[in-house]
Write a protein that binds this ligand. Structure first.
Ligand code: PMM
Length: 323
């Protein structure tokens, strides 16, 4: 697994802004270390989980700062819902939603990514100090790629097919794991051909994007296959429908979104144990706690490998004290 894959390939073409001291916060986050936690701030009226939560920019900023205090390594700000069936949002409106939030989070020293598929929005977000473009379109827009290349931005290449409005009907695969890896390999080549440095790309299997529920489980079980892409892995399971279906009531009613948090944290622990680079979550504190538990567990496992515990002698055998 590619957790904390150190970026290679020499000096950056241009250090993205975002850190007042001129350091590159993404290089630090991509260096070897525990699974990172990306907090989600959707400034949208209609995202499936937190849509409408942040009516005012100030509420979204407060939520982002809370996430950082709770252990988020970076905050992903989005202004367009990507839930299946969602319609596109005008770029000006998307910019209006995300910019004041990004500006204020960056001013507070937060490492910010922008969740957008639109070059004009990404450009404004990078101007405002975002350092990572989280593109859920599977690199559909050459202008967005050219922008990221020119600006030296870090880039999330997420697997998807088509747009939110019709992606559900494209959820047909032979072997979903090898198909998704192959499609990402092809898109990764396009991203690099557009001039984005390979060491600035993070890949994501796109849980819930043009996937049936069973596809999501197969992908989670098959993440090791993504190692061949040689890039750090970001995974977003938080509160998604496949968890709602798993936890459905006896009559088949899916578990409501706001009651999928415990299951989300189970996935976080399993993902961290597999060594993914980062998880994208709505509730940061339990995710950060889960990562810490996994880290402590791994350290103990490593200690035991180095010095296997001496076997305790059962009483009545060689134990002189019991004679
Ligand atoms: N999921 C959503 C939105 N953006 N970005 C990445 N990289 N990976 C994801 O899985 C992902 C994403 C949809 O979830 P949301 O509406 O809760 O943000």
């Amino acid at each position: 697994m590619t957790a904390g894959t150190a970026p290679g390939g020499g000096e950056p073409a241009g250090v993205p802004s975002g850190a007042p001291d001129g350091t590159d916060p993404m290089a630090r986050l991509l260096a070897p270390g525990p699974t990172r936690v990306m907090g989600i701030v959707n400034v949208t009226p209609d995202s499936f989980s937190d849509g409408g939560t942040y009516a005012e920019a100030a509420d979204a900023v407060r939520a982002g700062l809370r996430m950082v205090a709770d252990g988020a390594d970076l905050v992903d700000v989005g202004g367009e819902s990507t839930r299946p069936g969602a319609a596109r949002v005008d770029a000006a409106e998307e910019r209006r939603r995300v910019l004041p939030v990004i500006e204020r989070l960056v001013a507070a020293g937060v490492t910010v990514s922008v969740d957008t598929t639109t070059a004009a929005v990404a450009e404004a977000a990078l101007d405002a100090g975002a350092v990572l473009v989280n593109d859920v379109s599977a690199a559909a827009d050459p202008d967005l790629l050219a922008l990221c290349a020119e600006r030296g931005a870090y880039y999330v290449l997420m697997h998807a097919r088509g747009e939110s409005v019709d992606m559900a009907k494209r959820a047909h695969y032979g072997d979903v794991v090898s198909d998704v890896v192959a499609e990402l390999r092809e898109r990764l080549a396009a991203v690099c051909a557009a001039g984005i440095r390979p060491d600035r790309v993070i890949v994501d299997p796109g849980i819930g994007f043009a996937k049936k529920f069973e596809h999501n489980w197969s992908l989670l079980a098959g993440l090791a296959a993504f190692d061949e892409l040689g890039r750090p892995l970001l995974v977003g399971t938080s509160r998604k429908s496949f968890l709602g279906a798993l936890l459905a009531a006896a009559d088949g009613t899916p578990r409501p979104v706001e009651q999928r948090e415990d299951a989300t944290q189970a996935t976080t622990a399993l993902l961290a144990d597999q060594g993914v680079w980062a998880v994208r979550v709505h509730a940061v504190r339990p995710a950060a706690d889960a990562v810490r538990v996994v880290e402590a567990w791994r350290r103990a496992r490593a200690r035991q490998r180095e010095a296997p515990p001496t076997r305790r002698t059962p009483p009545g055998h060689d134990d002189p004290g019991s004679r």
